[in-house]
Design a protein around this ligand. Structure first.
Ligand SMILES: Nc1ncnc2c1ncn2[C@@H]1O[C@H](COP(=O)(O)OP(=O)(O)OP(=O)(O)O)[C@@H](O)[C@H]1O
Ligand SMILES: [Mg+2]
Length: 252
């Protein structure tokens, strides 16, 4: 397998061939540029399919990458779902669902955030023609309890044109909860950032695309280049397009 290198702008402009109902998953360590890239992919999808209902689920109390992209893409922030509407405001291009965190009561916090996310994910799934952006699917699935809703999207979203775009830091999850195998088997578009943890590499290489050699996936992912940007080590991404399968390294 020869892995071609494609600059990011060229990939976004010419090669990212997203169709409604397809899923995306980006797996990379913290600070590798997952959120930024997932928003870039979402921006392309929105440009091509302006009628898509877009909602980004934000499980962290704050995230500057999400704040600036919400602004860029015209996504209105809402702390609850469904969002409150004012008749004098134009319909936004989409939403960021950013529930308020309850600091001193973790059980109530989990229940409250989980409920808001569940309302939105159900809505987006049943109405279809949607793009659910679940940034950090471990937090959303395991900590806030939406694993079965995410699985339903992975498995059956395609037939409703309900896409799931997610990111993940650790490919296997933790002792608190495992990452669903559907997060590997269902996305048409998979991206991996540089990782040199042997366990993570093993999981990534088991993606099960028969024409692609697991050892080669490991060695490409281990050797992806990173750029230091502020405090972050932003990574090139290995792209696997399940339809081919095709592979490429996407620049920063
Ligand atoms: N391709 C890029 N070009 C320029 N800056 C980038 C690029 N990708 C990411 N950044 C910047 O690097 C920082 C980290 O990116 P980002 O927040 O997307 O990482 P992340 O993997 O989502 O991190 P976390 O795991 O903490 O959520 C941000 O300040 C972001 O704006
Ligand atoms: Mg992020």
């Amino acid at each position: 397998m020869r892995v071609q290198e494609i600059p990011r702008a060229e990939f976004l402009g010419n090669y990212f061939d997203y169709r409604p109902g397809e899923h995306v998953n980006i797996i990379a360590p913290t600070g590798a540029g997952k959120s930024h890239f997932l928003y870039q992919l979402t921006e392309r999808a929105m440009a091509e399919y302006p009628a898509l209902r877009v909602c980004s689920l934000m499980p962290k109390p704050s995230d500057s990458t999400t704040e600036s992209w919400a602004h860029n893409l015209g996504l209105a922030e809402t702390p609850v779902w469904p969002p409150k509407r004012h008749f004098w405001e134009p319909e936004p291009a989409g939403h960021v669902l950013w529930p308020r965190h309850i600091k001193d009561d973790e059980a109530r916090n989990r229940a409250h955030i989980g409920d808001q996310f569940r309302h939105a994910v159900n809505d987006l799934y049943w109405q279809g023609s949607s793009l659910t952006f679940a940034d950090d699917s471990y937090l959303i699935g395991v900590i806030y309890g939406l694993n079965s809703e995410l699985d339903r999207h992975w498995i059956a979203g395609r037939s409703n044109n309900a896409s799931l775009f997610t990111s993940l830091q650790k490919p296997s999850g933790t002792l608190q909860g495992a990452v669903s195998s559907f997060a590997y088997d269902s996305p048409t578009h998979m991206f991996f950032g540089r990782d040199n943890d042997e366990r993570n590499l093993r999981r990534i290489s088991e993606i099960g695309l028969s024409q692609i050699d697991p050892d080669q996936i490991k060695s490409v992912v281990r050797n992806l280049r990173v750029h230091r940007i502020g405090n972050s080590a932003v990574s090139e991404m290995l792209y696997l397009d399940r339809r081919g399968p095709y592979t490429a390294i996407i620049g920063i």
